[in-house]
Ligand binder design. Structure first.
Ligand SMILES: NC(=O)c1ccc[n+]([C@@H]2O[C@H](COP(=O)([O-])OP(=O)(O)OC[C@H]3O[C@@H](n4cnc5c(N)ncnc54)[C@H](O)[C@@H]3O)[C@@H](O)[C@H]2O)c1
Length: 436
C-alpha cells in the first residue's frame, strides 16, 4: 500500500498547537550529557510508529527523558488517531517561551501500513507501539537502518515473528544500538530489588511459581462492522480481538506475569508447556477469535513448574499476583515481600517503585548519550514466546516442548495489507486445531 502523508484534512495550524517543521522548530534547549551522542549531534530525533494510548505515552516519556529529544515524525494506520495524538503532544510539549519539542508537520505524518518506513528514515530513535503483529518487520527495518529502538511488548504474535526479532536483536547488538523493551516491570525499582533478593538466595532454590492475571476485559470493540469500510479496517480498529493482530489476550496482557516467571528463572526458557483455554464469556462474533481464559503449566529442565492462569471475565474475582516459592521462603512479587515458611516477613522493599514507564526511557536515552547500549532482545523474545506457547497449547490441547514452539511454522501474516474484506478468522477448538 502507498504511504500517504496525513491528508489535507489536517490543517496547518500554529506549530504550538499541532507541531510543525521549519527552522523555527529546531530544539535549542540545553542537552543532558551533551556531545556524547554517537551521531555527533545534541539533538536526538524521535519517531513514533503507532499513535494510540501507549504510543502517545511513550512519546511523552521520550520527550521527558532528555531535553535534547525532538519528536519529528509519526505514523499510524489511521488518520484520526494520528492527528489527535499529534495535537495532544504538541499541546503538552510546545509551550510559549520554551523550546519546541514536537515538530511533526504534515509531511512527516504518515497514514497507512507503510508509514513506518518513512518514520524510520526521519529519526535517530524509533518508538514501536503499534499492535503487536507488525513489530518484527518494523524492528527489522529500524535495526537495518541503524536506529535505536524502544520496542513495546509483545514483540510478535507467532514463532516466525519471534525468530525474526531474535535476529534483529543480535544485529542491534552488533551495531551497538540500544533496544529497550516495553516489558516495563524490569524497570520498576521494587521489582528489581525483589529479584535481586531472589538472585542473592533469600528464598533458597526455586521450587515452583504461580502467576495470575484475572481481570475484566479491556476495551469493547471500538467500531461496528457497519462503521468500517472493509473487514480489514474493522479488524484493525478492533485489533485486540484478533489473534493475528494481538496474539490473543494471554500474549498481549498476561505476558507481563510470564515475563516475571522468566526473570526468576534467569531467562532460561521452560522445556515443556501444557494447558487449556477457551471462550466462555466473550462468545459473540464481535469478540473476534481470541479466547477469554487460559490455564497453563510451564515446566523447566530442573523440574520447577510455573502455574499460569489468566482470564478476562467481568463481575468475577480479580487477581493480578505473582508468587515464587523457594526452599527457604516465598516471594509475593507484586507486594515486594519475602516470607519464611512460617509466614514471617523476612524482607520487604520500602522505597518507591518509581514510574517504570519513565525509567525505561530515562535509561534508553542515557544509554544512547553514554554510548553504552542496552539490549533487552533476549528476554523480550523468550517472554513473548512463552506467552505464544501458552496460546498454542490452549488452542490445540497438546503438550508441547520449547523446541517445538520455537520452530513452529504457524505464520499469522495475512496475504496482503490492503483495506479489503479479509477473511474472518475462526475460533480455535482444542483437539481439532492442529499445532503447525
Ligand atoms: N508496557 C505496557 O504496560 C503496555 C501498556 C499498554 C499497551 N502496551 C502495548 O503497546 C501496544 C499498543 O497498545 P495500545 O494500548 O497503545 O493500543 P492502541 O490501539 O491504543 O494503539 C495502537 C495503534 O497502532 C496503530 N497501528 C496498528 N497497526 C499499525 C501499522 N501497521 N502502522 C502504523 N500504525 C499502526 C493503530 O491504528 C493504533 O492507533 C501493544 O502492543 C500493547 O501490548 C504496552
Amino acid at each position: 500500500m502507498q504511504t500517504t502523508p496525513v491528508s489535507a484534512t489536517t490543517s496547518r495550524r500554529s506549530f504550538l498547537q499541532t507541531g510543525a517543521a521549519g527552522a523555527a522548530a529546531v530544539v535549542t534547549a540545553p542537552v543532558l550529557n551533551a556531545g556524547l551522542y554517537a551521531g555527533g549531534s545534541d539533538r536526538l530525533k524521535v519517531g513514533l510508529v503507532g499513535c494510540g494510548g501507549r504510543g502517545s505515552g511513550a512519546a511523552s516519556q521520550a520527550l521527558n527523558a532528555d531535553s535534547g529529544t525532538e519528536l519529528v515524525a509519526m505514523a499510524d494506520a489511521f488518520e484520526d488517531i494520528l492527528s489527535s495524538c499529534r495535537r495532544r503532544l504538541a499541546r503538552e510539549f510546545n509551550r510559549e517561551g520554551q523550546a519546541v519539542r514536537v515538530t511533526v508537520d504534515d509531511d512527516h505524518s504518515f497514514v497507512g501500513f507503510e508509514g513506518y518506513k518513512r518514520v524510520i528514515d526521519s529519526c535517530d530513535v524509533v518508538l514501536l507501539a503499534t499492535t503487536p503483529h507488525f513489530r518484527p518487520e518494523q524492528l527489522r527495518l529500524a535495526v537495518e537502518a541503524g536506529k535505536h529502538v524502544f520496542c513495546e511488548k509483545p514483540v510478535a504474535v507467532d514463532a516466525p515473528g519471534v525468530r525474526s526479532v531474535l535476529e534483529s536483536s543480535a544485529k542491534a547488538q552488533e551495531k551497538n544500538l540500544s533496544l529497550v523493551s516495553g516489558l516495563c516491570w524490569r524497570y520498576h525499582h521494587g521489582k528489581r530489588a525483589t529479584f535481586e533478593q531472589i538472585r542473592n538466595g533469600a528464598i533458597g532454590d526455586i521450587v515452583s511459581m504461580q502467576c495470575s492475571y484475572l481481570t475484566g476485559g479491556v476495551w469493547d470493540p471500538r467500531r461496528t462492522r457497519e462503521q468500517c469500510k472493509s473487514e480489514m479496517e474493522y479488524q484493525m480498529r478492533n485489533w485486540y480481538y484478533y489473534t493475528w493482530l494481538s496474539g490473543d489476550f494471554n500474549v498481549e496482557q498476561h505476558i507481563h506475569s510470564l515475563d516475571k516467571m522468566m526473570w526468576a528463572m534467569n531467562d532460561e526458557p521452560p522445556v515443556t508447556i501444557s494447558g487449556s483455554g477457551g471462550r466462555q464469556v466473550r462468545t459473540d462474533a464481535r469478540y473476534g477469535n481470541i479466547y477469554d481464559h487460559f490455564d497453563v503449566v510451564y515446566q523447566w529442565a530442573n523440574g520447577v513448574k510455573a502455574f499460569a492462569r489468566c482470564r478476562h471475565w467481568n463481575n468475577c474475582e480479580n487477581e493480578v499476583e505473582d508468587y515464587i516459592i523457594g526452599t527457604k521462603g516465598r516471594v509475593d512479587v507484586m507486594a515486594h515481600k519475602i516470607y519464611d515458611h512460617q509466614g514471617n516477613t523476612i524482607w520487604q522493599h520500602e522505597g518507591p517503585g518509581g514510574d517504570m514507564y519513565q525509567i525505561e526511557h530515562d535509561e534508553l536515552f542515557a544509554s544512547i548519550r553514554n554510548g553504552k547500549p542496552i539490549n533487552n532482545g533476549d528476554y523480550m523474545c523468550k517472554s513473548t514466546m512463552m506467552a505464544i506457547a501458552g496460546r498454542m497449547v490452549g488452542y490445540t490441547g497438546q503438550k508441547l516442548t520449547w523446541e517445538q514452539v520455537m520452530s513452529s511454522k504457524e505464520d499469522l501474516t495475512p496475504s496482503s495489507y490492503d483495506w479489503v474484506d479479509i477473511p474472518v478468522p475462526e475460533v480455535a477448538i482444542p483437539g481439532k486445531t492442529k499445532f503447525i
